[in-house]
Design a protein around this ligand. Sequence first.
Ligand code: TYD
Length: 232
Amino acid sequence: MTVDSGAVQAGRRGRFIVFEGGDGAGKSTHVKMLVAALRKAGYGGASERPGLVVTREPGGTELGVRIRELLLHGDEIEPAAEALLYAADRAQHVAEVILPALGRGDVVISDRYLDSSIAYQVGGRGLAEAVIRQVNAVGTGGLEPDLTILMDIAPGIIESRRGGSDGALDRLERAGAAFHRKVIQRYRELAAAHPERYAVVNSSATKGKVHGQVLAAVSRVLETASPPRDAP
Ligand code: TYD
């Protein structure tokens, strides 16, 4: 399937929610907490609420799992090759998982999407933004999230949470403090440039407080969601 803007338009019935943030910002915990809350509210179950698809990048498809392995556990990778691998993972993810789910009217929650490439490959590695956007557009057809939740955290806190040990870290986590500072900075710029779809959550607050902010942002988007799938 080729992802063109027509396919993206056809996929606009559901809601596309993305979590973004630097490594160690607590995304995966809050994805899980949000999913539990939505299931409790009837999403993704037998009720008339929309379905729920929980996914991630890299690695949201079978091909993506293999690409993820190369990216996170392989040897050193050239920045350009790295950017293209993330874009390939995303192209498969959009076509195989995200667009079909949105077409069914589901709520899609993805741990990372295109802005990760802008923050890491452009902000962190220094690749040209226009080029990265163009390369990604081949696979995304311009699909943008309805809501991007930025788990924002001061770089110093992440470093102290890690406790200074590099042993179990993957290739990107080992990239160094300066790299991760640039990533966080670029995320903040993206959020400032797109206030209509960004919700910035201070992820160094307590778990309950962060979850409350996530729910508030998500409920604003779901209130305007398409009617339940089985509605007349
Ligand atoms: P992951 O284990 O998902 O990290 P996290 O738990 O922090 O989300 O690994 C994904 C890594 O890949 C993470 O370091 C960010 C990086 N990444 C990019 O550099 N560019 C991208 O486009 C994406 C999707 C991820």
